[in-house]
Design a protein around this ligand. Structure first.
Ligand SMILES: Nc1ncnc2c1ncn2[C@@H]1O[C@H](COP(=O)(O)OP(=O)(O)OP(=O)(O)O)[C@@H](O)[C@H]1O
Ligand SMILES: [Mg+2]
Length: 378
């Protein structure tokens, strides 16, 4: 486990204890626990200043500090249970109802199977529900190695149809931080149903779904309740007799951490694999846009070199080459706005490919294939 993971676990433990003591009216103990949680969260933010979770941490710090001030009598006293409830959902709204991501189909290389499945099960039914007298699938699970386009696909669907997009990608944090996560699950399904009454379809995107509903060894009551709530909500949505435009897209790179009750509710289960040759070629063209690439560069050769690398590995390779040539420009010259970057050549790729290995191992890929063999549903 990484240090950040351990710190986060610790902070979450203190925060949960603080909330519990607070609700029981044990102010002194609650106060000390809130303070510990704040200290650790601040440490996390300073150790990993560019981590994406920091926004969530900062909001929590603010919330806990506010509560600390109240408990110390520095602010007007607010009745604990009521205040907790309001902020709980306000916070959830901010986490869940993000701005819709602006990813288009054409930004995604390859993945034709996944694109087709999504088009047939979401886009067509939204556009022409009359053509589906038997209903349509409502749950899609995208699984596969990290960095190969699962999140990208979900984002692209949201752009494609004019839908409300509920993104629960801080799932693990939410379930840990806000306590009573089964209520949160019920809440965003309720939001989706309300949107539906106004005629708007909704996509509920559960990123890294294993972290919210995965099988855990040391299961505690709360997590079981969350999973059951989720199953119940999914049953309502997935019920084929109802023609609802609420879709649940789950994404995971640990499909084996899901139990069968859960797997069954996703009628479509699609492997998002490491890119094949043609996908890599397409990706290379996408990532080359806007870069000063030598006209002589052999794209086919780069695509061959990238065998076994994930989409995000390949993007990182392009990024590190670009950084390298920018560095050269600054190191070799005084900063001068008129100077241009040199072109990127095959040698640059050769150097970086030698320095960077694929992030997904061959063993790992075999696990995905095996799971795919056992549970696929296209
Ligand atoms: N098929 C693809 N086409 C274009 N870019 C891709 C593709 N796959 C991955 N990428 C690049 O890699 C990045 C990471 O992809 P994405 O977040 O969709 O991966 P993921 O499968 O959700 O990974 P994780 O399991 O770690 O969440 C993207 O932002 C994009 O730059
Ligand atoms: Mg992802």
């Amino acid at each position: 486990m990484t240090a950040s993971y351990e710190l986060e676990e610790l902070a979450s433990k203190y925060a949960n204890e603080a909330i519990r003591f607070d609700r029981q009216g044990l102010k002194g103990t609650a106060l000390a626990k809130y303070q510990r949680a704040v200290e650790i969260l601040l440490k996390l933010c300073s150790l990993y200043p560019s981590a994406s979770q920091n926004k969530v941490y900062l909001r929590l710090i603010e919330q806990y500090e506010h509560r600390i001030n109240q408990l110390q009598g520095l602010e007007t006293y607010v009745e604990p249970a009521k205040k907790a409830k309001e902020t709980e959902f306000e916070d959830l709204d901010q986490l869940v109802l993000r701005e819709k991501p602006n990813v288009k189909w054409k930004d995604i290389a390859g993945l034709e199977d996944a694109k087709r499945a999504i088009t047939e099960s979401i886009i067509y039914p939204v556009q022409r529900p009359d053509l589906f007298p038997l209903g349509w699938p409502r749950g899609i699970l995208l699984f596969g190695p990290p960095g190969c386009g699962k999140t990208l696909l979900a984002a692209a669907v949201a752009t494609e149809i004019d839908a409300n997009f509920y993104c629960i990608d801080s799932a693990s944090i939410m379930s840990k931080w806000l306590g009573e996560s089964e209520k949160n699950v019920a809440y965003f399904f309720k939001k989706a149903k309300q949107a539906l009454e106004k005629g708007r379809p909704s996509i509920i995107f559960m990123d890294e779904i294993d972290s919210l509903v995965g099988i855990r060894r040391d299961e505690v009551g709360g997590e079981v309740r969350t999973r059951n709530q989720f199953l119940k909500e999914m049953d309502n949505v997935v019920d084929k007799t109802k023609k609802l435009h609420i879709y649940v897209i789950g994404a995971t790179n640990k499909p084996w951490a899901l139990d069968e009750a859960f797997i069954r509710r996703f009628q479509k289960r699609i492997l998002v694999p490491v890119p094949d040759y043609y996908t890599r070629l397409e990706m290379i063209k996408i990532f080359s846009k806007g870069l000063n690439i030598s006209k002589k560069l052999d794209f086919d050769e780069v695509a061959s070199m990238a065998e076994g690398y994930s989409g995000s590995d390949i993007r990182d390779i392009f990024q590190s080459i670009q950084i390298k040539i920018v560095r050269e420009l600054f190191e070799n010259n005084n900063v001068n706005a008129n100077l241009k970057l040199r072109t990127i050549t095959m040698d640059d790729f050769k150097v970086v490919f030698k320095e960077r290995k694929p992030s997904v191992s061959k063993d790992m890929l075999r696990y995905y294939e095996k799971w795919h063999g056992a549970f696929k549903a296209l």
